[in-house]
Design a protein around this ligand. Structure first.
Ligand SMILES: [Zn+2]
Ligand SMILES: [Zn+2]
Length: 133
């Protein structure tokens, strides 16, 4: 059997304690909106914000802005879309960071995606694939 180092032991203890704290917490007090970055958010090129529980630091809310209507959208309702620009161009500058291919999060209003495609089609050939969560 492999001997567990002190560091790993401490880390495991910490994780177990946090897990227990989060299970028992009622998440009554939330932080304000805070910019959120993790290993997946760079894919979106949209600012994602979260609210954490003040007591246990569990993420309770996530939001971003729809790139078409600029309205705030909640994680529970947003639609993930893969936007691919077929022609060369500078879609990057026009759409808040979406380069030639990238994910975007739209609001639940399917009209936004349609309008987005229509508005970009005038200049670029783009392709959008959507994923419902
Ligand atoms: Zn909590
Ligand atoms: Zn929208």
């Amino acid at each position: 059997m492999v001997e567990v180092s002190n560091y790993e032991k401490l880390e495991k203890e910490f994780e177990e304690k946090v897990k227990k704290l989060r299970q028992e917490c009622e998440h009554k007090e939330l932080t304000g909106w805070i910019s959120y970055i993790d290993e997946t958010t760079y894919l979106y090129n949209q600012t994602i914000e979260t609210k954490y529980c003040e007591n246990c630091r569990k993420i309770r809310k996530k939001r971003t802005k729809c790139p078409q209507c600029d309205g705030y959208i909640d994680k529970r309702t947003w639609i993930r879309a893969l936007v691919t620009e077929v022609n060369k161009g500078i879609l990057f500058n026009e759409f808040k960071g979406i380069a030639r291919q990238g994910y975007a999060l739209f609001c639940n209003n399917e009209k936004c995606i349609k309008d987005f495609i229509e508005s970009k089609k005038k200049k670029y050939e783009i392709y959008i694939e959507t994923f419902k969560r």
